[in-house]
Structures are given as C-alpha cells and as structure tokens.
Design a protein around this ligand. Structure first.
Ligand code: GTP
Ligand code: MG
Length: 527
C-alpha cells in the first residue's frame, strides 16, 4: 500500500540534485548499493522526518498531540509510550503495529480517537507503530514520537535506536522485487540501510526545567541513533517544556512572572545546549494540547466561569496546590475540577480565570484562543517553520548525501566508492549545490568534529544557517554596497586563513566558507 506521503514531491532543487545523482549512479553500482539508493530516493520524496526526543515524561507525546492538533498519542503511563510512533499523512486515519518480521496489524483507535494504551500483543516482537492521519500539518512534516531517552527500560531504548537508525521495515513492493534476494544474499544490507536511511532528519528536543548534565549526552545519543547524520543547529531545536511548573521566585529577574522566568531559563539552557540546537523555546505543552486538539470544551469554560465567581481569598487558597484545588469545598464538582487540572494544570486554570475576570463575556472559543496564546505553541511553530520547514530541502538533501556516501563506503568496492565520490564532488562543485557543502562544514564545526576558535565558529554558524544574505552576513537591513564590500572582504580573509594558520581540517572548512562568501558577493553583484 502506498501512503499519500510517498507521493509527495521533492522538497526543492537540492533534493532534486541529489535524487538525480542517485538515479544516474544506480546502473553503475552493485545491487546492494542500488537497493540502498532506492531507499534514499524514497526518503527524499517523503516529508521531513522530525523526531520528538527527550527524557522520560518530559511531555513529548503531549507536545506531539499539540503539534498535530489532535489528541492521538497516549500520554502518561501505558505501553504505547514505550514504542516509537511515526505520525505521517494519510488519506484515511489508520494505525498499524509493525512487527520486527515485517508483519503488520491494524489497530483500532480507542473510543476517544486515540491510539490504544494497552496492546495485547507480544511486546518483544513489535518494532514500532505507524499512524496515518488526515491532519494537514503532516503533509510536509512527519512527526516521530519517541520513548524517553535516558529511560531505564533498555528494550524501549533499543527499539528507539533501531527505528531511528533502521530501515528494515519497508512496505511490500516499495523497493522493487529484487530486494528480498539482496536481503538474503547479504546480512549487511540492514546495517547499510540503517546508515543510509536513518529515520529522523531533524529533532525537536524536549527538556524541562534545569537541563541535567546528561541531557547533553542524551542529545549525543540522538546523534548516534541517526547514524551517519549529526544533529546540529541546522536540524535540531529544543523546547523548554512544562514552563508552567517553573517557580518564578527561583529565577532572578523574573519579577514573579512564570512566563518571564521560563524565557530567562530557556536562554540559559540555550547557552548550555548550543550549538547542538538552534534555539530553546519555552512552551506549555499541556495547555497547547488542550487548546489545540479539542480537549478544551465549552463545559470546561462554564466550570471556569463558575470558579471566576469565587472571592479572591478562597481562590488564592485553592490555587496553592493541586490537592487543595480539588478538595476545597466549593460549588464546582470535584470531578470537574480534577478534569480541569488534568487539562490545564493550576497555571492554565489561573490564566483562564484571570481572562474571564478581565472580560466576563469571553466565549468558550475566545477563551480557548487565550489559552493557546498562553501556551507559547505559536513560538514553537514559528521556529519549526523557520528552522525545519524553510530548510527542509537542504536538510533532506544533506541527509541523503550522507546516506549515499555511507552506502558507497559500506559497499567494500573501491571502484564503486570512487565513482560515487566523484559524482558527489561534481555535484558539490556546482554553485547551486554549494549550500550542501556549507551545511556539512557547519555541522562539522558545531559538533566539535572540527575545532574552531569561538568567533570563527560563530561566523560559520551564521553564514551556514540562514538562506537570507543580510542574516548570513550579520548585517540585516544594511545598504547593498556595504553587504557587497563585506562579503568580498570576508571571502579574502577566509581564503588566506585556509592557506595560512589553519589546521588541515580547519582549512577544508575555511575553503567552503570562503566560497560561500564569494558566491554571496557574486549574487549581490548580479542584483
Ligand atoms: N503541568 C504540565 N504538565 C505537562 C505538560 N506537558 C505534559 N505534561 C504532563 O506530563 C506527563 C507526561 O507527559 P507525556 O506527554 O506522556 O510525556 P512523555 O515525554 O511522552 O513521556 P514518555 O513517553 O513516557 O517518556 C503527563 O501527565 C502530562 O499531562 C506541561 O506543559 N505542563
Ligand atoms: Mg510519550
């Protein structure tokens, strides 16, 4: 069966160039490598694959629901949360359990329209879940919900790594009929494909208050799981989730404001996690999920209106803790209050009641929008668009090229490796494909593979992570003439750095940066 997502077009000219390269090389390589290339081609035409990763219970599934706009991933306890679930676009809502032997079993949604929490299957045999949903967001983004990294449950971790790293479970017929033979012929194909078609091309990393020292390690674990692909500022952003649970009093400069405290903490965490991630954005996943996925109802709005009638003293007392909130004697039923807590938590409830007090005529719809605003989801969406969607072409093409290189290396045939290498060099020498080389250089620098002085690393990051010339030069809005002169000056500087003073590894990066500036200068001159 072919899902709608597989009929998507390529993300842009860079992906098209790499697809073209794969197609041209196919007749010149071994059957095994060619099978890998077919997989790369399939992946190139699918939407960008974004994995939502992070520690256990950091709110990954909640955020996935908010992003998709539907409460479909089970949150809290249950078996599903231990499985990787890939949410992709489909013309009919459908969930499939995928077994390690490639078998699939359709799962019915539960009464609430969610993926069922308890699966009556042999867990050891299950690889992952594939969810096909009609939600428009998934047309150009496949979202992969993962079990918590750093989880003590080794089996879950292994499954995650396998899925992020493996391409074992293809749909029948997808890779041509010769595929199974190749598979039997060589036990290596799975490993090769694992490198070639690692599941995630980008990562949304979920942290909560106080990045622990081993969160950095968890991020590195993601990198390891994506095999040949590094996570870096081009393809990784982080969110500081559960911002509502931050005690503002513990954050200097917050003036007692939760959101301000979250923003300050997010900036601090960005300093810790950079340059592994582009940004750390505060968000309240729970509020976002309730407001965005139909969880917040007019009955909830009515209950909040009743609560808004309480006198200030009672109200402040009730908000001291979740326990007091549910057990305090008041007209709103205890069950209703528990439900509100589950959907909004104390901070969301306070926000909603404040909004009602400020405008007693607020409709349920308007209240829902207020909660959505308070959740910070728009900020996350904005960054997803700016970092992932806008760069999907570059990210996908770079990932595919890394895969092609890995496939050629794994072939064990020096002639084949050289042919692939030469073809890639020809591709990268073209001005229009230079962006790929720049992305590669950027990743080398930000991952620490190539050591650069901080100011130079910063410059590589700036030039490489934007497609807008003003931003690349760090001179947004400045006159054309200034931009042009600066680009030329930096081109010259990087060229001499490449020749004098740089280590061989730095020199390779410097050549790429030099050429990037040169191409910018050429482009400015042509305008
Ligand atoms: N207060 C608050 N609670 C949240 C927020 N986001 C998620 N939660 C709660 O945190 C708990 C865990 O959320 P999940 O989305 O299941 O977390 P997860 O990271 O997917 O968990 P695992 O998959 O088990 O690792 C749930 O009870 C959520 O309701 C948030 O922004 N604020
Ligand atoms: Mg989960």
């Amino acid at each position: 069966m072919t899902s709608a997502s597989e009929q998507q077009h390529l993300a842009g000219p860079l992906s098209a160039a790499v697809a073209n390269l794969c197609q041209r090389l196919q007749p010149q390589v071994s059957a095994r490598t060619a099978a890998g290339f077919r997989e790369v081609l399939r992946r190139l035409s699918a939407p960008l694959q974004v994995a939502v990763a992070g520690r256990i219970k950091s709110g990954k599934s909640t955020l996935v629901n908010a992003l998709i706009g539907r409460r479909v991933a089970p949150t809290d306890v249950g078996e599903c949360t231990r499985l990787v679930t890939r949410f992709q676009y489909g013309t009919v809502d459908r969930v499939e359990l995928v077994f390690f032997d490639g078998r699939k079993q359709v799962l019915p949604f539960d009464v609430g329209g969610m993926i069922p929490n308890d699966l009556e299957v042999d867990f050891d045999k299950v690889s992952h879940l594939e969810a096909y949903l009609t939600n428009a967001v998934l047309r150009d983004l496949t979202v992969i919900d993962t079990p918590g990294l750093g989880s003590l449950d080794l089996a879950s971790v292994k499954r995650t790594e396998q899925l992020l790293g493996a391409a074992k479970h293809r749909k029948p017929g997808e890779d041509g009929d010769d595929e199974p033979e190749v598979d039997e012929e060589s036990g290596d194909l799975d490993d090769t494909s694992r490198n070639a078609v690692a599941g995630a091309e980008a990562v949304l990393y979920v942290v909560t208050q106080g990045v622990r020292a081993d969160d950095q390690q968890a991020l590195a674990a993601f990198t390891a799981a994506t095999a040949s692909r590094e996570a870096g500022p081009v393809n990784a952003i982080a969110v500081l989730n559960k911002a509502d649970t931050i005690t503002p009093e513990s954050v200097t400069g917050s003036d007692g404001d939760v959101w301000k405290a979250a923003t300050i903490l997010a900036e601090k965490q960005a300093a810790t996690l950079k340059p592994r991630v582009a940004d750390v954005i505060p968000v309240i996943g729970l509020l976002a999920e309730s407001a965005e996925s139909g969880g917040f109802t007019s009955a909830d709005a009515d209950a909040l209106r009743s609560l808004a009638q309480l006198d200030d003293g009672t109200w402040e007392t009730m908000l001291i803790s979740a326990d007091i909130f549910t057990t305090w004697d008041c007209d709103v039923a205890t069950g209703t209050r528990a439900r509100l807590l589950e959907k909004l938590d104390l901070y969301g409830i306070r926000c909603a009641v404040d909004a009602i007090k400020a405008d007693p005529d607020l409709t349920a719809g308007a209240l829902r929008r207020k909660l959505l605003d308070a959740s910070g989801l728009a900020g996350v969406r904005g960054r997803l668009d700016a970092v992932f969607r806008a760069r999907a072409d570059g990210i996908k093409a770079a990932a595919a090229l890394a895969s092609v290189t890995a496939l050629a290396h794994a072939s064990g045939d020096p002639g084949e490796r050289q042919r692939v290498h030469d073809a890639i060099e020809v591709l990268l020498a073209k001005p229009e494909a230079h962006q790929l080389r720049l992305l590669e250089a950027l990743t080398l620098v930000t991952s620490g593979a190539v050591d650069m002085p901080d100011d130079l690393a910063e410059e590589v990051l700036r030039v490489g992570s934007s497609a807008e010339i003003g931003e690349q030069l760090g001179m947004k809005g400045r006159p054309h003439k200034e931009l042009s002169a600066y680009a030329l000056e930096r081109a010259g500087w990087w060229r001499s750095f490449a020749s004098f003073g740089a280590t061989p590894a730095q020199s390779r990066v410097a050549h790429v940066v030099h050429r990037a500036y040169f191409l910018i200068w050429q482009q400015l001159r042509a305008q």
